[in-house]
Design a protein around this ligand. Structure first.
Ligand code: ADP
Ligand code: MG
Length: 280
């Protein structure tokens, strides 16, 4: 596609991407742009194609047509060397954690360093330990196996692994799903810290309205194979499209809007499921 007027701020450019499984159209000519140092969220109902789009952005899957550029590289045209170089520049935290059960946490975190660098073992362990600390885990957690971790610790360990190679770009698939309120709050504070301290660009898939209101700079709503709306949460909250209304007008959506109306620190008494809001 046209490349002359490419915006310097673009970290990911998705143009006219279509994806089908058999005759099921998952993406129908989608356009999206993710800008440098923003927290960009992808939302939509189950089966709307969020994870598939994420997999396409990280070279795990190819769209049927259209183009995806990540960090200036056209994924479709990238050769093996270019693809390898790109994989070193992003980190991915998969929904299920994706840690290897036979390796300890610190071995999991060090794996990318062993694969992608020539660093010696001592240094790899040191870097891995520093990533664990950054992700908010105590040093002794490094010696544990994934099966010994709580859900929140698992997410943190998985985040530590995603950060191993000091990525510029971080992909998070449902970073708070399945966590208790305290652990979920910890994860969003951590994600914010990564963006604020290191200027990371973050792409996340989430259903967590608290996380979206508190963290997302821009949100794209995926439904019916299309991006039905894109903007800040406040902008989306004012849009009329049915798919967007559905997203906001469920009980959790209403509670989150109340929270916005009364300020991010207001207590929410209408929904006992909600976790306490974190200060901005
Ligand atoms: P989401 O993450 O939004 O819940 P997905 O991207 O996982 O949705 O899936 C979108 C649609 O594509 C679903 O209907 C799913 O069943 C289908 N799908 C995803 N991957 C495959 C695959 N490898 N083969 C066939 N269908 C798939
Ligand atoms: Mg998914």
């Amino acid at each position: 596609m046209q490349s002359a007027a490419r915006d310097e701020r673009s970290v990911i450019e998705i143009q006219q991407v279509s994806t089908r499984f058999g005759d099921h159209v998952v993406h129908d000519a989608i356009d999206l742009e993710v800008r440098r140092a923003e927290i960009f969220a992808l939302v939509g109902g189950s089966g709307s194609g969020k994870s598939t789009l994420l997999r396409e952005m990280i070279l795990l899957q190819r769209p049927d047509s259209g183009s995806i550029r990540v960090l200036g590289v056209d994924l479709q045209a990238a050769g093996d060397d270019e693809a390898l170089a790109l994989r070193r520049r992003w980190g991915v935290m998969f929904q299920k954690g994706g840690l290897f059960g036979a390796l300890t946490v610190i071995e999991n975190v060090g794996l990318a360093l062993r694969e992608h660098t020539e660093l010696d073992e001592g240094l790899i362990d040191e870097i891995a330990a520093s990533k664990l600390a950054l992700a908010g885990l105590a040093p002794e957690v490094g010696a544990q196996y994934p099966s010994e971790l709580s859900g929140g610790m698992m997410k943190r360990a998985s985040l530590a692994r995603a950060l191993a190679l000091d990525p510029e770009l971080l992909f998070l698939d449902e970073p708070t799903a399945g966590l208790d309120p305290d652990s979920a709050g910890g994860v969003d504070a951590l994600v914010r810290k990564l963006r604020d301290l290191f200027g990371l660009t973050i792409v996340m898939i989430t259903h967590d309205l608290d996380l979206l209101w508190q963290l997302a700079d821009r949100v794209a709503v995926l439904a019916g194979g299309k991006v039905q709306g894109i903007g800040s949460m406040s902008e989306l909250a004012r849009m009329d499209h049915p798919a967007i209304r559905q997203f906001f007008d469920g009980p959790r959506g209403r509670a989150a809007q109340e929270q916005e109306k009364h300020g991010a620190n207001a207590q929410n008494e209408t929904n006992s499921e909600k976790r306490p809001s974190k200060p901005k």
